[in-house]
Design a binder for this molecule. Sequence first.
Ligand SMILES: Cn1ncc2ncnc(NCCc3cnc(NC(=O)Nc4cccc(C(F)(F)F)c4)s3)c21
Length: 271
Amino acid sequence: MAAKEEWSISDFEIGKFIGEGKFGKVYLAREKQSGYVVALKVIFKAKLEKYRSHAHLRREIEIQHGLNHPNVLRLFAWFHDETRVFLVLEYAARGELYKLLKSLHHFSEKRAATYVSSLAGALAYCHEKHVIHRDIKPENLLLDIEGRLKIADFGWAVQSNAKRHTMCGTIDYLAPEMVEKKEHDHAVDNWTLGILCYEFLYGVPPFEAEDEYGTFRRIMKVDLKFPSSPAVSVEAKDLICKLLVKDSSKRLSLQKILKHPWIVTHADPSG
Ligand SMILES: Cn1ncc2ncnc(NCCc3cnc(NC(=O)Nc4cccc(C(F)(F)F)c4)s3)c21
């Protein structure tokens, strides 16, 4: 899609509804000139006013505009009219990863390792650009036409120069220092990678409990248990134990994850 200083809704043919997200809906759309198919996220300004999220959205657009990685969903452009803001996004044709997880109940070790490897690569790229996503969860992971993982929705991302203090998202994926509202840095994404790896292999996140306080207690204790079924390799459990570490400085680095035996032997290099 050629770059253009000012896009407008009349540049696009709107197609089917593909998702409901924060503050608005997502549609399939085709840019008329190039015929390029995109996902168009419509955000109502009234909602942004109501939740005072203008700065949030501006930060997301700045952050995502500067990112270009095969496993990060591209934000090609944005524009607005009197009542709405539009995000012109890369279209991930195989949709939301969590729907695939629900239908398969749990992933094979090869599929799980491939997704963890893609996530580690994408997060290493983001951290190099001093961006912490902070809200990595299956709902924010999409799959493109080839089944490649794409991290989406940087609605909670921040520049990591300063230490961060704000709470965000469901707490299942939050690292101890975040649920304790302590200072946190990019190592929160490493913790979340451990949570996701567990959920990909077992179908549920590791610290689930009847209520949020139960989950909070299990996170703070790092109360990690591995069910006997489905059978999971020792190497996979080893990686999870090296990520779900309370002391954020002791969590396996993204570079070391990419070299971990479980990833090296199971991940599909084509991503
Ligand atoms: C479902 N689906 N299926 C295929 C497919 N292909 C591409 N995209 C899809 N879905 C859209 C995924 C998103 C990517 N980036 C987003 N960003 C956002 O929604 N940001 C945002 C909105 C409102 C307010 C705020 C803030 F900051 F003010 F809080 C931030 S949503 C797809």
